[in-house]
Design a binder for this molecule. Sequence first.
Ligand code: GAL
Length: 844
Amino acid sequence: MGTTAGMRRAGTVRPPPLQLVHLWILLLLPAPATAAVTYDHKAVVINGQRRILISGSIHYPRSVPEMWPDLIQKAKDGGLDVIQTYVFWNGHEPTPGNYYFEERYDLVRFLKLVKAAGLYVHLRIGPYVCAEWNFGGFPVWLKYVPGIRFRTDNEPFKAAMEKFTEKIVHMMKAEKLFEWQGGPIILAQIENEFGPLEYNGGAPARAYANWAAKMAVGLNTGVPWVMCKQDDAPDPVINSCNGFYCDYFTPNQPYKPTMWTEAWTGWFTAFGGTVPHRPVEDLAFSVARFIQKGGSFVNYYMYHGGTNFGRTAGGPFIATSYDYDAPIDEYGLLRQPKWGHLRDLHRAIKLCEPALISGDPARISLGNHQEAHVFNSTEGSCAAFLANYDSNSYAKVEFDGVHYDLPPWSISVLPDCKNAVFNTARVSFQTTLMKMTSAGAYEWTSFSEESTSLDSGSFTTTGLLEQVNMTRDSTDYLWYSTYVDIGQDEEFLMNGKYPSLTAMSAGHSLHVFVNGNLTGTVYGGVENPKLTYTGTAKLRAGSNKISILSVAVGLPNVGEHFETWNAGVLGPVVLDGLNEGQRDLTWQNWTYTVGLKGEALELHSLSGSSSVEWADVYPNQPLTWYKALFSAPPGDDPLALDMGSMGKGQVWINGLSIGRHWPGYKAHGSCSSSCSYAGEYNENKCQSNCGEPSQRWYHVPRSWLNPTGRNLMVVFEEWGGDPVGITMVRRTVGSVCADISEWQPSNWRIEDPGRAEAPRRPKARLGCSPGQKISAIRFASFGTPQGFCGNFSQGSCHAHRSYDALKMNCVGRERCTVGVAADVFGGDPCPGIMKKLAVEAICG
Ligand code: GAL
């Protein structure tokens, strides 16, 4: 665990002992003579010690510096040894040669906080990161370097990549952040999942991958480099696995350790997509499977997902929330039981560490779908993992003369080869349901972004231009405007059968105006950003103005040469139904305006917002800016904006962008009310929000608010909506649930020595947040209740004193414990049937 790691390193900058046994690996790594981190076939070796390392991804710009210490502490308390992060090039070098390392991009501060907590760092420099981050982390200016092609054997690209990688490595060295310098960085990463692209890319791709590895190794970081999903990673670079499961994975050389750089804790949300959930029983099962196979490094991607503030979301169409169903939620609160169950798993794994690092496991079959993996050390320690791969049935297995019950799709961990201290499917932690309670509505004024007038920054040229080239991603918005002359003799002027306008766009969304009137809005989706607008054009005799506002929603972050993918109205744009038949507008003169007037006026800022006259608010006005002044809600609960009444746009608090809002985009997918943990998981398995907004709440960091004075909120709305419906909400624990079988050993604590695998009297433990109390019992049933937290119902067997027992023991208290046995609930309601207790307690 982190503490031991911290103690081992505490405050020292010392040359590590050069142990002979590791000399050969030191020779492999052209690291400084003092290198303290190496590896062998079993594990990463820190100061001569093989380590089983539990790691978690926390991306520093996806939260605010004020949240970092708490997030890191929660990661440490959750049993993590390592924090893994990408380095976000486009955040650090917004224009060529101008670097930015402040605020959310203060990488050094973040890493020093990790060190202060006694944890290690895996620094994934990339600089390609994917990560659902705008343009995969590449600065957009890079695309316009003459002759460039990304991620292949291309000199301009390699030069830029090397320069940035070197910049970061030098910075880390100067700040003494590598382990051999007394710092926290024990591992680095170059590139990201290039292997699958290399397969298609042929010789130049192979040359590039090889170059990237050599370039990285040549930087003498003194820590091993990793290339994830790169089966041919050249020595000494370690190839590693990413996925929902990685127990199938073997590194490309027998002398490299088995590492899992991305164990996906959930999945991301796209606008228009559902919200994915990964049951913790399955996540824990996948991790235990990997460890039992001999894996020695597991990184949770994400451990805290956070928020895509501003315009940092990639995609296109990646949502502002990057919650990821991670063990720490977007707001920095523990997601239970995910965080707690994984903490228990980590404790169990750590108890096995002496045996795990010693040698390869012996595999013993225990049945058709059951097996044991047994690790023995020369010093006599023994650890065993008992697995039941059957996703439908319990298994009773015999191991070393003792019987063990294994739930479906689960692994029991026996750190002494005798006592099962943990089973991946037996969750003893309560489930916590969060609630969002209103903490204020606002008085708004409005400013109309006129839909037709073009300001001085415009220019006119023949034909349709690509959007990213025009905006260089300085804004989501690009206006395309043209004029159409209509003769007096057009038949449609007489018969009212107006022509139809068709505009084809490479993405991602657009609004069409004819003579200043909005005639339609269309948008693509994560599967296909391209779109076609077709609508009636109410033209009149004489000159007509057609204006199209094309809107980008995050640049792509993944795919073959995604840097070449276009956005914007590339045509054709045609009118049908004129006397002449069809008129092609594609090659006429078009006038371009980059960005909105409100953006040029900086209406989102304090000074900009006071430079214009604001007017009264009318609902459902497209292209409108709204402004409100407000006081910060007291307390320290995390805050969000409920944008449910709005359509699409962006929101700023005190001049800082909390991101794109798009509650108007409803989630398409297949949701079901139940979600079994058992059986192979993929991101489509346990989805929620079908038919609802993909994202309704938008995180407002507390530290962005002035707690005593006035705060400025500015909303730009493209579609319409009613700002009066916008409220600030507080995120707190709403209710807590326990769902525990009468025989389940839920109260087994790893610290309890000498236990045997035998049923004991389990207990339900419930607790609200500090400062809250259990105010009522919403549901309680000892018997055969069904459903899940928030949606329990009674089964055919129910003890009538269930509710009273909970009420008596819990209401009015911050936390309580109730035994799960018939006598607690006034006797056995259905003898001979296996029963459980399901409770939902309200926190207030
Ligand atoms: C991986 C990638 C990550 C992230 C993840 C999905 O393939 O390496 O950066 O994009 O997929 O969340």
